[in-house]
Write a protein that binds this ligand. Structure first.
Ligand SMILES: [Zn+2]
Length: 217
């Protein structure tokens, strides 16, 4: 690797470390000529093939700027957008191909964007799927509504089952409490009985019984 300071043709790697969950490697390099240090980043090449046939390197930044545009005025923060772009890249790279059609990248954006913000999703989908009539918006919106109500139903089911679990837990707890009360009661009973049988102790029936002559004046 050529030194960016003095243009010396070679450099020495002094440190390598993985970054971004192993997606890339950063190398710290040192120039033997001028002694300056610089960092290089190495990652597997992933090319996106546009509809025109032109390829360009996959860019998370580009994904983020597209999604950011769709999220304008929506309550979506920058971290969520960055996280979405990361998910998109993981999805696309998981296919294992060196080249992916830009269409697949768009598809990989739609799913997480729909979870993130429905309005942003609709904006993005309208451009990406090039809606050209109100019918297409209507269809997409009714799909969103169906998905939302399915999600609500699932949540309600989950809440009901967790309520059920809680109440059965409660019942079990109160049974246990009752049992432990019984056991405590039993423990209270046992010592009195056994102490009565302790030979020679102060509580032996003989000792407890007042002697007839004691209290008589
Ligand atoms: Zn140099």
């Amino acid at each position: 690797m050529r030194c960016p300071y003095c243009r010396h043709a070679d450099s020495r790697v002094v440190d390598s470390r993985e970054a971004d969950d192993g997606q890339l490697i950063r190398r710290r390099r040192s120039c033997p000529e001028c002694g300056k240090r610089f960092t290089t980043v190495e990652e597997a090449v992933l090319a996106v093939v546009k509809r025109s046939g032109v390829t360009e390197p996959f860019s998370r930044t580009k994904i983020m700027s597209g999604v950011r545009k769709a999220c304008q005025g929506r309550p979506v923060d920058e971290d969520s957008i960055a996280l979405l772009a990361q998910r998109v890249e993981e999805t696309v790279r998981a296919k294992g191909a060196a080249e992916v059609p830009s269409h697949d990248v768009g598809l990989a954006i739609l799913t997480p964007l729909r979870e993130l913000d429905q309005v942003a999703y609709l904006r993005f989908a309208s451009v990406y799927k090039s809606f050209d009539s109100l019918d297409e918006f209507e269809r997409e919106i009714s799909e969103l509504r169906e998905a939302a109500s399915a999600r609500e139903a699932a949540n309600a089911r989950e809440a009901a089952s967790s309520r059920e679990a809680a109440s059965s837990r409660e019942a079990a707890n109160s049974r246990e409490a009752a049992n432990s009360r019984e056991m405590t009661a039993a423990r209270h009973v046992v010592p009195t009985r056994s102490s009565g049988r302790r030979p020679g102790g102060p509580d032996t029936p003989d000792n407890r019984l007042p002697k007839i002559g004691d209290r008589s004046p």
